[in-house]
Design a protein around this ligand. Sequence first.
Ligand code: URA
Length: 191
Amino acid sequence: MPLTNSQQLDYVATLITDCTKCPLYKTATHSVPGSGNPTAEIVFIGEAPGFFEDQQGLPFVGNSGKLLDKLLLTISLKREEVFIANILKHRPPENRDPLPDEIRVCTPYLKAQLKIIKPKIIITLGRFAMNYFFPNESISRIRGQIRSLVWQDLPLTIIPVYHPSAGLRNGAMLQSLTDDFKTIGQFLGRI
Ligand code: URA
């Protein structure tokens, strides 16, 4: 019997929890592999766990997560329907930006997760997740655009948006996020 997506994702999560490929595991409390529907059509990708995510081992459970929940509500999407993951699986100290070496050694886990889930649509939250798929692009230029990309043999629709934490800091960015979620909702036929 082949393993289910859920079993395969659980296996990747054990590799993440045991990972020592970069120093972040030394300062983290928990790994945050990601959570949600193992057969999701839509995957959201953030940057890295923050304080509360590190405490709980779950993605987007702090203030950014609360805003993400509100934005999901505006397009009638439930967390259980989607999968939510991050570029980095362990928290960087003081929530500093991910380093290039950390991204290089950590993103094979994200790649493995995406190859298991095989989503049709990816929403990237913030510039680090956007840059994973579009290394030469700028978030302010392409946020809110509906992009088609064949990535690792997977035909994907990718919609980059600002990170929710930017929306919490800056009213103009919150407006952009709200507008871009409307674009997502219309694309999905949810609003
Ligand atoms: N910010 C992120 O990018 N990811 C999380 O899981 C939480 C906050």
